[in-house]
Design a protein around this ligand. Structure first.
Ligand code: GRF
Length: 209
């Protein structure tokens, strides 16, 4: 069977995108990063993708005004034009409508910088420090219509230190992200992770990292 064709959707610097591109260079990796799409023309990750020889596209949400579904139809058209099989959200800062999520159901992953189901949403590192948790981390999960709520494909933790700041904690969590996202994409591409066999919640699956 050929490699799965993957699109990575970004809005910013794209360090997770880079981790996926690098992992996918391995001959035995079951997926290739065929396309990087950004909703922001100025995203730093776009030039990193081009330097790595990956095709890029910009679908600027601002050109669609309030019409979320028109934006998503344009995004979907890019993915179909490139015969994309799987989608990885990697710092993609747009909420997706149920229309798009349903279209890519079971074929779309997201990375979240927290141990879901803890700390859904933004500012996870600040909130983890404020809450005084001893463990923090990152999670790769299937995308479902409810934000940050899909079944977990991979998750790993770091110990929170007394002297941690948002920046030091974020840096350690980012290392975890770069390790588990390629693992999770591999599991999906090899058919070892599927939404069909998961409940519709953040429940760690067998084989989670
Ligand atoms: C990561 O922390 C990711 O978990 C979150 O946004 C950040 C994106 O970073 N969703 P990068 O663009 O991959 O460097």
């Amino acid at each position: 069977m050929g490699k799965k064709r993957v699109a990575v959707l970004i809005s910013g610097r794209g360090s997770n995108m880079t981790a996926l591109i690098e992992a996918a260079r391995a001959e035995d990796y079951p997926a290739e990063i065929a396309l990087v799409v950004s909703n922001r023309p100025e995203a730093a990750g776009l030039s990193r993708a081009r330097e790595a020889g990956v095709a890029t596209a910009i679908v600027d949400h601002r050109s669609f005004g309030e019409d979320r579904e028109a934006f998503e139809r344009a995004l979907d058209a890019e993915l179909r034009a490139q015969r994309i099989d799987l989608v990885c959200l990697a710092g993609f800062m747009r909420l997706l409508t149920p229309w798009f999520v349903t279209r890519w159901s079971g074929r779309m992953l997201n990375i979240h910088p927290a141990l879901l189901p803890q700390f859904k949403g933004l500012d996870t590192h600040r909130r983890a420090l404020e809450a005084g948790v001893k463990e923090h981390g990152a999670t790769v999960h299937f995308v479902v219509p409810e934000m940050d709520a899909g079944p977990i494909v991979a998750q790993d933790s770091v110990a929170v230190r007394e002297d941690d700041t948002e920046a030091t904690l974020a840096a350690r969590v980012l290392e975890v992200e770069h390790r588990i996202y390629p693992q999770a994409l591999r599991a999906l591409a090899e058919g070892r992770a599927s939404l069909a066999s998961s409940s519709n919640e953040n429940v760690p699956r067998e084989g989670s990292a």
